[in-house]
Design a protein around this ligand. Structure first.
Ligand code: NAP
Length: 330
């Protein structure tokens, strides 16, 4: 695997997770060389794609190995997935999660409940799953129908079975650096960044978006990895100017193709969390929050949509199921 270094625009054809000092001086030479080359050609190569499918496949392989290890001790991790209502996208997400779980040997329990399900009924089911020793992870697919209060449901899940990492106890633990279940999408983004850049310490990361699901935990994880972190949101003054200072950009905005080349510093690494369906002349297609065609003319590396962050989210859900199983046995 190769790494892009963000402390200048250079390409490192090597695989170390941590750069040793002698390697850094070699890299310095490469930097001078490529800087000269770039100023002569006056154009940057297109960003390379960060292959989320390939990296997720490696994560799933790790999970498969972990599950086999637990099985040899007579433990079979089990994930309960609860889906309320008829949202077509949610049905696709749940189907994919269950399929991947089966592939890595995790037992899945599927609860598809009608739109009319009452909050009390849902909370009763969660209470039963909380006390069932055969269930290690509980995931309630969001969004829930409007008559059900999302927070009441999230907080009802036993934190040690909360594989989405949304319970307040896990959120607080994450901020304090405790070993807790951490939200899947940000965890997946961190893995993409670490496999792309190696050591992230000292880099400036800008997270666009401050949701509880993506933006805030993402910023916390980047801080733990010793980045300097800025969080940009809808009230930020000149978000693009702040973003242009970033070595790493994580876009979680929900606005199709908002971030183009004019938001990026040359050589930035871009993680596009967004999944937006847009209409085209021939139907519709999925795009991210980043204008991929524009951004790749200036970035060093970028996640495509689809095929970037999406597969990582499911892989880390299953990793979390294994972590939950271990925490419950500790
Ligand atoms: P969200 O809850 O709607 O949050 C969006 C955030 O973007 C908010 O913090 C908002 O700021 C900020 N924002 C909106 N317009 C902005 C602008 N013009 N400039 C700067 N910031 C702006 O969304 P989310 O749940 O975090 O999801 C974000 C995207 O990621 C969506 O496309 C979603 O589908 C996708 N997603 C993908 C995955 C995956 O597995 N790949 C998982 C989760 C989410 P305010 O706080 O000020 O309103």
């Amino acid at each position: 695997m190769s790494h892009w270094s963000l402390r200048g625009r250079w390409y490192i054809p090597a695989t170390p997770q941590r750069l040793d000092p002698s390697f850094k001086s070699l890299v310095g030479l490469l930097f001078i060389q490529t800087t000269v080359t770039h100023s002569m050609s006056n154009s940057l190569p297109l960003a390379r794609d960060i292959d989320g499918k390939a990296i997720a496949a490696r994560v799933l392989e790790e999970v498969r190995t972990d599950v086999a290890g637990l099985a040899s001790q007579g433990v079979l991790p089990a994930l309960a997935v609860l889906l309320v209502g008829d949202d077509p996208a949610s049905h696709v997400y749940v189907r994919n999660k269950l399929q991947r779980a089966e592939e890595v040997g995790i037992r899945s329990l599927e609860y598809r409940l009608p739109e009319s399900t009452g909050q009390a009924e849902l909370l009763q089911l969660i209470a039963e799953l909380n006390t069932d020793p055969a269930v290690n992870g509980i995931l309630v697919q969001l969004p829930l129908p409007a008559h059900i209060e999302e927070q009441a449901v999230i907080q009802a899940i036993d934190p040690i079975k909360d594989v989405d990492g949304f319970h307040r106890e896990n959120v607080g633990g994450l901020v304090q650096g405790a070993e807790v279940l951490t939200p899947c999408t940000p965890s997946g983004c961190m893995r993409l960044l670490q496999e792309t850049c190696g050591d992230l310490s000292g880099l400036h990361a800008v997270v666009i978006g401050r949701s509880n699901i993506v933006g805030k935990p993402m910023a916390t994880l980047l801080l733990q990895a010793h980045c300097s972190v800025s969080v940009v949101h809808s009230r930020s003054v000149d978000a693009a100017a702040l973003c242009r200072l970033a070595d790493i950009v994580v876009a979680a905005v929900g606005r199709p193709q908002l971030i183009d080349a004019s938001w990026l510093k040359p050589g930035a690494v871009v993680i596009d969390v967004g999944i937006n369906r847009i209409e085209t002349e021939t139907g519709s297609r999925l795009v991210g929050d980043v204008d991929y065609a524009s951004a790749r003319t200036i970035a060093a590396a970028i996640t495509p949509v689809p095929g970037g962050v999406g597969p990582m989210t499911i892989a880390y859900l299953l990793k979390n199921t294994v972590i939950a199983t271990r925490l419950q046995r500790a």
